[in-house]
Design a protein around this ligand. Structure first.
Ligand code: R5P
Length: 292
């Protein structure tokens, strides 16, 4: 039987169905599932994200600040937009009732004792789906000893992700021997995007960072890098956002801070509240002095 055809039903014949451009750079032609996952990682209101990165153990073991993820990190999770971790930590420590999106570390192999660029894909897409993750992350070592392998690994993860609607975050890893400047990061981020990554993580550089974000056709988030004084880390986040970054994927500058909660809230104030580094630092200090 067809639907009951009541008098007065309104089909809005004169109103064309509207379509909207997707809010993230370079992502308009992606499929619905991938866009939906990206919309959970990046806030659709401002196109930005604060990712809490705690995946360091996959090659560093229990590094400072991550000795007990259950004790020191779980209280921070509600403050983050996204959690970036390994499947081991997700399954053993993170309660499944956590509803923020997860970006899963999907590469691995060498430890800090070996050549780091010698990585492989270390996770099946099937397990990513089982875990309900919103993106996979893989290291790409442009200029590194195993450059080609890391790039091809990334493309394999991109292919698998495209099959199931799971975005790939390409993480530009810089070997100790390489110079971290805008020229290098333009090269590295662009290669990742050209070969299919849906978004890219890179480091902030003082000179010319806006040329890195401008020449990369997909969103860029910045890693925090080594621990630095809190105000410096906040200035870096502020400058990166002003120069076109779509957010941060920060680890050590949060979990190695003497007030991780204070830093989470301060970084949030910069990324989503457009706060100045000085005001955000005041917030950090207030929270720190309150004992949090
Ligand atoms: C490398 O260990 C991971 O990709 C980290 O997630 C990334 O470096 C961000 O962490 P951090 O802010 O500590 O550099």
């Amino acid at each position: 039987m067809p639907e009951a055809d009541n008098e007065g039903k309104n089909f809005y014949e004169g109103t064309p169905q509207k379509g909207k451009l997707f809010f993230l750079k370079g992502s308009n032609e992606l499929d619905w599932g991938m866009k939906n996952r990206l919309s959970r990682i990046f806030n659709p209101k401002d196109g930005r994200t604060v990712m809490l990165a705690i995946d360091h153990g996959y090659f560093q073991g229990p590094t400072t600040g991550l000795e007990r993820v259950d004790v020191s990190i779980l209280p921070l999770v509600p403050e983050a937009d996204t959690l970036m971790c390994t499947r081991g930590i997700l399954r053993t420590v993170v309660p499944p009732s956590v509803t923020i999106p997860v970006v899963i570390r999907a590469s691995g192999g060498p430890s800090i004792l070996k050549e780091l660029s010698n990585e492989e894909i270390a996770m099946d897409m099937e397990d990513c789906i089982r875990l309900g993750v919103c993106a996979t992350a893989i290291q790409v070592f442009i200029g590194g000893e195993f450059e080609s392998r890391s790039v091809v690994n990334m493309t394999r993860l991109v292919d698998a992700g495209l099959r199931y609607g799971i975005p790939t975050l390409a993480v530009t890893a810089v070997g100790k021997e390489l110079v971290r400047n805008a020229q290098y990061f333009r090269l590295a981020t662009r290669i990742c995007a050209e070969l299919g990554a849906q978004y890219v993580k890179t480091y902030y550089v003082e000179e010319g960072f806006e040329t890195v974000t401008a020449s990369c056709p997909v969103p860029i988030v910045i890693a925090g890098g080594k621990k630095r004084p809190e105000l410096d880390a906040l200035k870096m986040a502020y400058n990166a956002i002003r120069q076109g970054a779509a957010g941060v994927d920060m680890g050590r500058n949060i979990f190695q801070s003497d007030s991780p909660t204070g830093m989470m809230k301060a970084v949030n104030a910069i990324v989503h509240g457009n706060e100045t580094p000085e005001k955000a630092f005041d917030l950090y200090q207030t929270i720190k002095n309150s004992g949090s």
